[in-house]
Design a protein around this ligand. Sequence first.
Ligand code: AVI
Length: 316
Amino acid sequence: MREPAFVQRFVADAAAVRQELLRGLASSPARVAPKFFYDLLGSRLFDAITALDEYYPTRTEAALFAAHAGDMARACGTGRPLVDLGAGNCAKAASLFPALAPSQYVAVDISVDFLRDALTALQQRHPALPMLGLGLDFSAALDLPDAVMPAPRTLFYPGSSIGNFTPDEALALLRRMHAACDGGALLIGVDGVKDTAVLEAAYDDPLGVTAAFNLNLLRHVNALIGSDFDPRRWRHVAFFDAAASRIEMHLEAREAQTVCWPGGERRFAAGERVHTENSCKYLPGDFEALLHDAGFRRARRWSDDRGWFHVFAAQA
Ligand code: AVI
């Protein structure tokens, strides 16, 4: 039975993670980066979100991949290494294997244990395809091992995860992706601007799955820095900020409380919030301009009939 190779590179060491979290908790308002959603349970909760009726991005994007895989493959090139950024359960990339015919599949994710399980299962279904798992926080650095992934490469960044960065951060990340493509192409999913009610329902579902996903971040932070956040004392808040064109997610203190960790503490007033996520929504022309600024050329776009979600392919 073939096992995928697995390397854990550049996942920040415990001291750096602690420092980043403590800095965010000390700031006003407090903030914790969305990458801290994704411990093992957080990755499973995100999978559950993608099955919700209200969360349209995953299924809308999947329908675009199914309808236009051939065109997308022609736009990106075939037979190249496929680098899947934020691979999660690897399902989206796997759906494109027949069209892209990758020479190698490289799955990158910060949630290493979840990735290992997903990639091991995928390797059994595609025993002939060389696979590599990379435990990597690519929001910090996107330094791919050259020897195992000869350029040009196709970088794959689906799900509108680019929306979880501010436009300035997104531009910096797209520039790093441009360099990592090394003459190849980028295939990227981008969520569009749409009716506020549709957006807000997608991020505050009636079953409370997104609330659990948001609150789970507190458990993860407790595990990382030894803090004593009690998720029952916090509530999930999500709203669309039209001026910034983004969904914001926060955790709001239900009551005044002091949260402690070894060597420190923070007092939160009732109603005070921890900012946990932005999810930026783009007009297609604005995102195309961002791709262009990052150095990409010849962008092509596929959108669903409602114009809710867009997939771009662009040459590095
Ligand atoms: C991973 N990312 C693109 C999701 C999003 O839609 O911004 C994360 C998410 N947050 C709440 N629901 C889903």
